[in-house]
Design a protein around this ligand. Structure first.
Ligand code: RIB
Ligand code: CA
Length: 345
């Protein structure tokens, strides 16, 4: 039986730090986080992933400008994974990481101390525990936890977009954020900080139909119009997938929705093992869903993973509508979605 939904977020805004590789869907996640009243975005840290880290910083700052966001500190983090070489996702996010939106460069300047220092001070200086929301390869978080383990005492938890119980996208079995830096993911999952994995199993369910995102593109709010263009880009990329190709994915923004409203997802606490051996399975998150003792335990084979709350279900329509309403798209956009789906039936 899946765990009951986590307690809804308290009335006091939840202090969060987003770690991003902006990124088409990271941009949608930034919109969701900055505009949701239950989230108090304390910092944004950037890491190599979808694009190189300097492009990620540029993209994140530019999106904050479009959002007319408050002066949230943004910092540059790791330019490479711990062991691997950086392998970007330009075939998904475009050469500039944002699907060539042509956003003007921001006049905002990144935090001079870098991501690790921004993470360390943001967490240790917070009067209440901080929730980390990695939406990218977990290189920054792994380095943080190794360099400053004391931060664990003031972390409420980690809600990570990463991994999958079934299948992959970077490879047949590995999800991109884990595949990009498997060692970092293993360090984070094994850190002892409570981890919820918002993996591909739920990530791939939250779709905004073309009729809706086309309406967003006409919105007078430049952030909503940008969301429409980003969703259109996402749809072009996944159009060939019969399971999700009927619209654009909100992607990482869904993980932020789950932070704001934990009841949107259902989770199950299972051991998760990150496959590190070179070869086909490297970067796979092996989710151990057995209920009966296996021979590995009986014969002392150390194949058990780290206990993680794996997102096994999501109210995809409610998540989509929360995203649309939060960014300011208004109810008509989600209604258009339902109309589009009704027509399809
Ligand atoms: O596998 C999807 C994840 O990889 C998302 O976070 C996307 O932005 C990329 O980072
Ligand atoms: Ca991402």
């Amino acid at each position: 039986m899946s765990n009951p939904p986590l307690e809804p977020s308290t009335t006091k805004p939840v202090p969060v730090v987003l770690d991003v590789d902006t990124g088409v869907d990271d941009a949608l996640a930034l919109m969701m986080a900055v505009r949701h009243p239950a989230l108090d975005v304390r910092a944004i840290t950037c890491v190599a992933g979808n694009a190189d880290v300097d492009q990620v910083v540029t993209n994140s700052l530019a999106v904050l400008d479009v959002l007319d966001a408050p002066d949230v500190p943004v910092a540059r983090g790791a330019a490479q994974p711990l062991l691997e070489v950086a392998r970007d996702a330009r075939h998904v996010h475009g050469a500039d990481g944002l699907g060539a939106q042509g956003l003007p460069a921001s006049s905002r300047t990144p935090f001079a101390g870098g991501a690790l220092e921004l993470l360390r001070m943001t967490i240790l200086d917070s009067p209440e525990p901080v929730t980390l929301v990695p939406l990218a390869p977990m290189t920054n978080l792994a380095l943080l936890l190794r360099a400053y383990p004391e931060v664990k005492d003031n972390l409420a938890g980690i809600i990570a977009m990463g991994g999958a119980a079934e299948g992959g996208n970077a490879t047949a079995v590995a999800e991109f954020n884990v595949w990009h830096d498997p060692e970092a993911a293993a360090i984070v999952l094994g850190s002892g900080v409570p981890v919820t994995l918002y993996g591909l199993d739920v990530f791939s369910q939250v779709v905004v139909e073309a009729e809706t995102y086309e309406a967003l593109r006409q919105d007078p709010d430049p952030a909503v119009a940008l969301a429409g263009r980003l969703l259109a880009h996402s749809h072009e990329v996944i159009r060939s997938d019969p399971r999700v190709g009927h619209g654009g994915l909100i992607g990482d923004a869904g993980a932020v929705c789950a932070v704001a409203e934990p009841g949107l997802i259902t989770t199950h606490r299972w051991p998760v093992h990150v496959a590190l051996a070179p070869g086909l399975t490297r970067g796979q998150t092996v989710v151990d869903r057995r209920y009966v003792l296996g021979e590995d335990a009986v014969h002392g084979v150390d194949s058990l993973g780290h206990l993680v709350d794996v997102a096994v279900g999501i109210d995809a329509e409610a998540t989509r509508d929360l995203f649309l309403t939060t960014i300011g798209a208004g109810p008509q956009a989600s209604h258009a979605d339902d109309t589009a789906r009704a027509v399809q039936r």
